[in-house]
Write a protein that binds this ligand. Structure first.
Ligand SMILES: [Zn+2]
Length: 333
């Protein structure tokens, strides 16, 4: 599991540039699914038939990560940029970032009188170029960088960039590997464009028309010093989403997930979030409405290069995903 998470998290794949991650995932899941396709937006959709084709379960984990997009190249080769997804100026400052071709850059800022003045329009990326011409040999307007960071493993805790949501991708890959006898038809979606408003999962859900939709994504924790008051804690198990600002989990879906976790003795907790969203926020609004929920993996420091997850929570998320797929879908009416 550590190797799988590391491979996926360290890959380059900002919003709109998911093809490398997609190829890696496609190779990983090929032996375990019946069909696999990439849709027009770039979502990877894998199908595995169940013993009954009465219901279709769609699971969605997003491949994209937050990034920085080049907006201007100055005469000395410094790059101005805008955030792609929920990146903050504070978490970008002092970071090394990496472009698709491997070009790395240092993120810095103009001299500020007060650090509170730190905003993206005062910041730049230095790729070591000495002129606009030299910079343009490596990057263009619209080129996108992601954080450049390897995964660190300390005991059960992993930290690195893009665990949002490559750890969710890893959970879904591992669940497909372990899955023995799915009851319903399974559609495993590795989606694009989540970080700019869960745009990829909607068209995927439209084409699949699932009975139930489940996002597999991360959720912030409330267990750091003087941190936010949030119910989820790292290491306390997989989180079953109750709500975020994009979704109120369908009550029967929430109950079903909770019952499965209880029956199988899977350590779990409940997520109530006042902001944020996942693919489920989009999936539930598609067609005539799709009962949806989310299997959440607790993460600290979300949208920074040092996102942190606990392997026991990851394992619990894999087990809950398998339990869901190996049980019939209850009556959701
Ligand atoms: Zn996410």
């Amino acid at each position: 599991m550590i190797d799988l998470i590391t491979t996926l998290a360290e890959a380059y794949g900002p919003v709109g540039q998911e093809s490398g991650v997609r190829q890696t995932i496609e190779q990983l899941i090929k032996p375990y699914v019946d069909e696999i396709r990439t849709d027009p937006l770039g979502n990877l959709i894998a199908y595995k038939s169940g013993s009954s084709s009465e219901n279709r379960i769609m699971l969605s984990a997003h491949m994209d990560e937050i990034g920085l997009m080049v907006t201007h190249i100055d005469e000395n080769g410094f790059l101005r940029f805008q955030p792609l997804g929920g990146v903050g100026p504070w978490t970008s400052l002092g970071q090394r970032v990496r472009f698709a071709d491997g070009t790395v850059g240092a993120v810095s800022s103009e001299k500020l009188k007060d650090i509170k003045e730190l905003e993206f329009d005062k910041m730049f990326i230095d790729i070591g170029a000495t002129s606009a011409g030299e910079a343009q040999q490596k990057v263009r307007i619209g080129s996108v960088a992601c954080f450049d960071r390897t995964v660190a493993v300390q005991g059960k805790r992993l930290s690195g960039k893009a665990l949002d949501d490559r750890v969710g991708c890893a959970v879904l890959v591992e669940a497909l590997r372990r899955l023995e006898a799915p009851v319903s038809d399974v559609y495993a979606v590795f989606s694009v464009h989540e970080e700019v408003g869960a745009r990829g999962a909607g068209p995927a859900a439209y084409s699949i028309d699932p009975t139930v939709g489940i996002a597999i994504d991360v959720t912030p924790t409330g267990d750091t010093p003087e941190g936010e008051k949030l119910p989820v804690k790292l290491g306390e198990g997989v989180a079953i989403k109750v709500k975020d600002s994009s979704l109120l989990t369908h009550p029967k879906v929430k109950e079903h997930l909770a019952e499965l976790a209880e029956k199988a003795g899977i350590k779990h907790q409940y997520e109530v979030l006042g902001y944020g969203g996942t693919d489920a926020g989009t999936i539930h609004t598609i067609r005539a409405g799709i009962p949806s929920g989310a299997i959440s993996i607790p993460v600290r420091y979300v949208h920074t290069p040092v996102e942190m997850v606990d392997l026991d929570d990851v394992e619990a998320a894999v087990e809950l995903t398998c339990a869901l797929l190996e049980s019939p879908v209850p009556d959701l009416a």
